[in-house]
Design a protein around this ligand. Structure first.
Ligand code: SF4
Length: 105
């Protein structure tokens, strides 16, 4: 009987250990997204049209936070209302080191 059960016990134990290891690693290595991304996203037109060269508004907001986006006017449906609001938002929300993202309209 033990001969029949031993592969199941070994594989079950191994699976459980790997599962716990992956769960532990996922928790320890979790990267929190920059909270400013959501704030910027909410100020964009939210059309997800891709005219900016990014796959959607969330990706464009991420590009702004990461310093990839040179000009807000890359967002073609956006206008001064959107761009001014984003610039003001960025001035009010520096990173944890106090650095402010500077970006042109
Ligand atoms: S162009 Fe503007 S509205 Fe269109 S996906 Fe890019 S950020 Fe969103």
């Amino acid at each position: 009987m033990l001969e029949i059960m031993s592969p199941f016990l070994v594989l079950g134990t191994l699976g459980a250990l790997i599962g716990f290891g992956l769960a532990f690693a996922a928790e320890k290595l979790k990267v929190e997204p920059d909270k400013r991304m959501q704030g910027i996203y909410e100020l964009l037109p939210q059309l997800d049209c891709g005219a900016c060269g990014y796959p959607g508004c969330e990706a464009f907001a991420e590009g702004i936070v990461e310093g990839e986006v040179e000009k807000l006017s890359q967002c073609k449906p956006g206008n001064d209302k959107h761009f001014n609001a984003i610039i003001a938002y960025l001035k009010d929300h520096p990173d944890e080191d106090g650095n402010i993202i500077k970006i042109q309209k």
